[in-house]
Design a protein around this ligand. Structure first.
Ligand SMILES: [Zn+2]
Length: 103
């Protein structure tokens, strides 16, 4: 049972063209097709209130938008990308506290 924190952010492409999604600080780039939604999830260990990447509390994400792309900063220890139905697209789970609870 994972006792830490999970945060999820759904990013939808409501436009007509593919949208570039960059997940930082991993600089991982994905395409969100028109009318598709990507869910970015990140985990933090129990008791770790502030994410390691931000100096503000209770802000697990930051979103930066440019005309044809969106950048999501995930302030946890990992990120997991899935579609709206929960099907995994990609994960950077090295050091993920939900999958490696002993570390
Ligand atoms: Zn994780």
């Amino acid at each position: 049972m994972f006792a830490g924190r999970t945060a999820r952010l759904a990013v939808s492409n409501d436009g007509e063209e593919p949208l570039e999604l960059t997940v930082e600080p991993w600089a991982d780039i994905h395409q969100i097709l028109p009318k598709e939604t990507c869910v970015v999830a990140t985990h933090s260990p129990a008791g770790d209130g502030t994410g390691p990447g931000t100096s503000y509390g209770d802000e697990p994400f930051e979103v930066q938008h440019r005309p044809d792309s969106v950048t999501v900063w995930a302030y946890g220890h990992c990120f997991h990308l899935s579609d709206r139905e929960g099907n995994a697209i990609y994960a950077y789970d090295y050091g993920c506290p939900a999958q490696n609870p002993a570390t």
